[in-house]
Write a protein that binds this ligand. Structure first.
Ligand SMILES: *Cc1c(COP(=O)(O)O)cnc(C)c1O
Length: 394
């Protein structure tokens, strides 16, 4: 039976997927079972932060696997402690971390911390969490409810947990808080919602407003974190110090890991939260290798050079194809082209795959680019060459 047929028979059909069978990757190039090469401008979905088959990451994982992969969290785990310390240092954040296995789980942890804070720190219980329309926070029952897109709240999965409400924009948060509001949860650059960065001034003002009222600011950095927008965290770029920050996608370079970091270190106590796999030797060793590689690129200026190079190429395309795209959007290597309509995006996606270029869609009308942070200029050149071939006929 063909791989496609086997997939359709044995895998639950939650994705409409492409059936190219990738068997190997090298940097930002993938190879299929026919030996054809593809330029990867998606890196999973911002997951392969240091590229495919990165020798330093592979070496770290192999070395660790030969020693020990897992013990339970009832034991101290050295690379877990080291990774937590490293994340706090690189993001200049005076906090402590709980490790999970995914972004949704990290957000679940954040919501639990907020709920307990709201229960224990005030005379009248606070439990409401405000999030934004066009946000995305995960696929568990709670994080799907935290996601502010109506299309995610299918009655098929109801009832959902209470206490979540949505506002259109940051400006609307002020009039929405009441004496039961415990937290605001937001992405600084909305990823799935359309690569939409918020203004630095507005976020700083919001942060101040919430602090004055002891309402927690939770920043979902599952997609923006780990140098994606130019600093270790987008919160560093925005110069804010949220109460809780969640991370996942790029942190393990492809090994599943999630993290929730907070400066409210005393809220959770033994028994409040847990995870069987979270923070084990394998994933946290991968995380340490990823941060070694990326902090080096950051320090020597190479990461910034790559951002500028990619941005110039994208701006150039946006200008020359103003018949298709209104503008380029995003920060760092979290970029998008806002298309005139959804039909254009569908055609761009289809044609790009024919040209063997992997890109993503975001929201209704945005073509999204999330390349590996180690992508080379040659790979960027080749990717944009293919992109232009894909769009020239539209
Ligand atoms: C991908 C994503 C999530 C969910 O992460 P999973 O690992 O798929 O659970 C949550 N928040 C944001 C901003 C994301 O981009």
């Amino acid at each position: 039976m063909s791989l496609e047929k086997l997939d359709k028979k044995f895998i639950l059909s939650t994705y409409s997927k492409d059936y190219t069978n990738f068997i190997r990757g090298e940097g930002s190039t993938l190879f299929d079972d026919r030996g054809l090469d593809y330029i990867d401008f998606a890196s999973g979905i911002a997951v392969n932060s240091v590229g495919h088959n990165n020798p330093r990451l592979v070496e770290a994982i192999c070395q660790q696997a030969q020693k020990i992969i897992h013990v339970s969290n009832l034991q101290v785990i050295e690379p877990q402690v080291k990774l937590a310390k490293r994340i706090c240092e690189l993001s200049n954040y005076n906090g402590a971390i709980f490790f999970a296995n995914s972004g949704a789980e990290a957000n679940e942890g954040a919501i639990k911390i907020a709920r307990k804070y709201g229960e224990t720190q005030f005379k009248k219980k606070r439990y409401k969490v405000i999030t934004l329309e066009h946000s995305f926070h995960g696929r568990t029952i709670t994080t799907v409810k935290a996601t502010g897109q109506e299309s995610f709240h299918s009655p098929n999965f109801s009832p959902y947990p209470a206490g979540f409400s949505y506002v259109k924009d940051i400006d609307d948060i002020y009039s929405s808080v009441d004496d039961e509001t415990v937290a605001v949860l937001l992405e600084l650059v909305q990823g799935e919602g359309g690569v939409q960065p918020f203004s630095r001034d507005k976020v700083q003002e919001l942060s101040k407003f919430l602090k004055q009222r002891s309402i927690l600011l939770i920043v979902d950095e599952v997609q923006t974190g780990i140098y994606r927008t130019g600093e270790m965290l987008a919160s560093n770029l925005y110069n804010i110090e949220p109460d809780i920050i969640t991370m996942a996608k790029g942190l393990g370079g492809g090994v599943p890991i999630g993290a929730v970091m907070t400066k409210h270190k005393a809220i959770l106590s033994a028994g409040d939260h847990g995870s069987t796999f979270g923070g084990n030797y394998l994933s946290t060793t991968a995380g340490l290798a990823v941060l070694d590689i990326l902090s080096e690129l950051y320090d020597n200026g190479q990461l910034y050079d790559t951002f500028i190079y990619f941005e110039q190429k994208l701006k150039n395309i946006a200008k020359r194809y103003s018949n298709l795209f209104d503008k380029e959007v995003g920060l760092g290597l979290m970029r998008g082209l806002r298309a005139k309509n959804g039909d254009i995006v569908a055609k761009v996606m289809k044609n790009s795959m024919k040209q063997r270029l992997i890109i993503l869609k975001a929201g209704r009308n945005t073509v999204r680019f999330l390349p590996s942070l180690t992508i080379t200029k040659d790979e960027i050149d080749e990717g944009f060459k293919r992109f232009e071939k894909a769009i020239i006929t539209i």
